[in-house]
Design a binder for this molecule. Structure first.
Ligand code: SAH
Ligand code: SF4
Ligand code: F3S
Length: 438
C-alpha cells in the first residue's frame, strides 16, 4: 500500500438532503483512499470543496462569492474544488469565471473525487454517468440518523426545475443494496433511516440492471421496516402524483414509518400546475392531503410552494392560499420563482414582476405564521415520543416527534440517541419546548 500523507479537507454544502448525502460520500472517499481528515477551519485546509446547488439563482451567486473569499484567505498551495448541481450545469464556465478552481465534478460524478484531487484541471460533469450501484465508503455526520439514497436523477420535467439537467435521468438503486446499507447503519446506532430521492414514490421504475425484480416504494418501506434495529423511517421527496392508495395505506399502517409527509404542492391553481407540468390538479392534491388527515389524525404535512410562476394571476395565487387554508400545513417552504437556464419556463413570455412576487410571498408567509401559531398552541399538554439527536448551542437537547415536530428539552449528552416521552409545556412557532415524563 502506498502511504499517503494526512491532509485536511474543508467542505461547504449548499442545497438539499441529496447534496448533504453526496458530501458524506465525498468525505468517505477522500478519507478512505486519499487520507483526508475533516476540518472546520477553512484556513488550515489543503483542499476546500464547495458542493453546490442550482435550484434558484441565489445559491449559484453564493458559489462565486464563497470561492472568491476562500481563494483570498486559503492556506498557501491549498486547492479549491467545485462539486454538485452547479458544477453539472455550468461545467467549464466555472474555470473561466474562477480560474483558481482546480477541479469541477458534477452531481452524478461523485465517485470520481479521487481522480479529481490527483489530476490538474479535472472536469467531469456527465449527467448520464451511472453511480447507482457504486459502493461508497462509510461516513455519516450523525450517529443517530442515516441518510440512504434510493435513486439518482429525476425523470420528471417540471418546467421550472433545473434538477433533471443537473442530476440526469432517474435510476433506482437495487433493493438489496439499500437494505444492506440501512441494516449496517442501524446496527451501528442510527435508529432512524432517512430515504432520499427526487421522487421517492416512483421507486423501482428503472434499474441499471434490467433483470432486477419488480418492486415499488411501498415494498421498499416494508422491507426496511423488517430490520430489527430500525425504529423510524422517513423519506423525501415523494411526488403528489404518485400518492396512490397502496402508498397511503403503507404509510398509514406501517408503525415504523414516521407520520410526517412532504407533499410538494408548488401551486394550488390547476392551470399553473399544468404550465408547470406537475401532472396533478388542485382537486387531486386536496383529495390526497385530506385523505391522509382522515387516515392519520396526528399526521403532519409539509410542502413546497413557488409563488409568481410565469402567468400566475391574482386568482391563481388565491388558489394556493386556499389549499394552504384547507390543508393547514405544519411546514411550508415557499420561494419566489427563479428563472433557471435550461428550463422551459425560463422561456415563457409571461414572467411576473419580481416585486409582485415578493408581495405575494410576504402575504403567504403572514398567513402561514397564523396557521402555525394555531397548530403549535394545539400541541400544549400533548405527550410525544421524541428521538433525541442533538445537543444545541442553546444548551437544549433537540429531537423530533414521530410526526416531525422539533422538540427541545433540558438535559445532557447522556440522553442522546434515546427515545423519550416528552410533555409539551411551552409550544412556540418554530419549536415545542417540553419536559420528560416517565
Ligand atoms: N424533487 C423535489 C424537489 C426538488 S427542488 C420535488 O419534486 O418536490 C426543491 C424545491 O425547490 C421544489 O419543490 C420547488 O418548490 C423549488 N424550486 C425548484 N425550482 C425552482 C425555481 N426555478 N424557482 C423557485 N423555486 C424552485
Ligand atoms: Fe424538479 Fe420536478 Fe424532478 Fe422535483 S420532480 S426534481 S421539481 S423536475
Ligand atoms: Fe438539490 Fe439544489 Fe441540486 S436542491 S438536487 S442540490 S439543484
Amino acid at each position: 500500500m502506498i502511504f499517503k500523507e494526512e491532509k485536511k479537507l474543508y467542505i461547504e454544502t449548499l442545497g438539499c438532503a441529496m447534496n448533504a448525502r453526496d458530501s458524506e460520500h465525498i468525505i468517505a472517499e477522500l478519507g478512505d483512499k486519499e487520507n483526508y481528515v475533516l476540518t472546520d477551519t477553512m484556513q488550515e485546509a489543503d483542499l476546500i470543496l464547495i458542493n453546490t446547488c442550482s435550484v434558484r439563482e441565489k445559491p449559484v451567486s453564493k458559489l462565486f462569492s464563497e470561492i472568491g473569499k476562500y481563494n483570498k484567505r486559503k492556506k498557501e498551495g491549498a486547492k479549491i474544488g467545485v462539486c454538485g448541481c452547479t458544477a453539472s450545469h455550468l461545467g467549464e464556465e466555472i474555470f473561466r469565471r474562477a480560474p483558481y478552481v482546480s477541479f469541477v465534478i458534477g452531481a452524478r460524478n461523485v465517485s470520481k473525487i479521487g481522480a479529481a484531487v490527483n489530476t490538474e484541471r479535472f472536469i467531469s460533469v456527465d449527467t448520464d454517468y451511472d453511480e447507482s450501484t457504486y459502493a461508497f465508503g462509510e461516513f455519516r455526520h450523525s450517529l443517530y440518523k442515516a441518510y440512504v439514497n434510493i435513486s439518482i436523477g429525476c425523470d420528471k420535467k417540471c418546467t421550472y426545475c433545473i434538477v433533471p439537467q443537473t442530476r440526469g435521468d432517474e435510476i433506482s438503486i437495487p433493493l438489496d443494496l439499500i437494505v444492506n446499507e440501512a441494516r449496517k447503519a442501524a446496527k451501528s446506532g442510527a435508529k432512524e433511516i432517512f430515504l432520499l430521492g427526487q421522487n421517492v414514490n416512483n421507486y423501482g421504475k428503472r434499474f441499471s440492471n434490467k433483470s432486477e425484480a419488480e418492486v415499488d416504494f411501498s415494498d421498499l418501506l416494508n422491507k426496511i421496516s423488517e430490520i430489527e434495529e430500525v425504529e423510524r423511517i422517513r423519506f423525501t421527496s415523494p411526488h403528489p402524483l404518485h400518492m396512490d392508495d397502496k402508498f397511503l395505506q403503507t404509510f398509514a399502517t406501517n408503525p415504523k414509518v414516521c407520520k410526517s409527509m412532504h407533499m410538494p404542492l408548488q401551486s394550488g391553481s390547476t392551470h399553473i400546475l399544468e404550465q408547470m407540468k406537475r401532472g396533478y390538479t388542485k382537486e387531486w392534491f386536496l383529495n390526497r392531503a385530506l385523505k391522509l388527515r382522515a387516515m392519520i389524525p396526528d399526521v403532519s404535512i409539509s410542502t413546497d410552494v413557488i409563488v409568481a410562476f410565469p402567468g400566475e394571476s391574482e386568482e391563481d395565487f388565491e388558489e394556493t392560499l386556499d389549499v394552504m387554508r384547507q390543508v393547514k400545513f405544519e411546514q411550508v417552504f415557499a420561494f419566489k420563482y427563479s428563472p433557471r437556464p435550461l428550463t422551459k419556463a425560463a422561456e415563457f413570455t409571461n414572467q411576473i414582476d419580481p416585486e409582485i412576487g415578493s408581495a405575494r410571498l410576504e402575504r403567504l408567509q403572514v398567513m402561514q405564521d397564523d396557521i402555525l401559531d394555531e397548530i403549535s398552541q394545539s400541541k400544549m399538554g400533548k405527550i410525544y415520543p421524541v428521538y433525541i439527536e442533538e445537543l444545541r448551542n442553546n444548551g437544549f437537547l433537540a429531537g423530533r416527534s414521530d410526526n416531525n415536530a422539533l422538540v427541545q428539552i433540558k438535559g445532557d449528552e447522556s440522553l442522546l440517541g434515546q427515545t423519550l416521552n416528552v410533555e409539551i409545556t411551552n409550544p412556540k412557532r418554530l419549536a415545542l419546548y417540553g419536559e420528560i415524563v416517565l
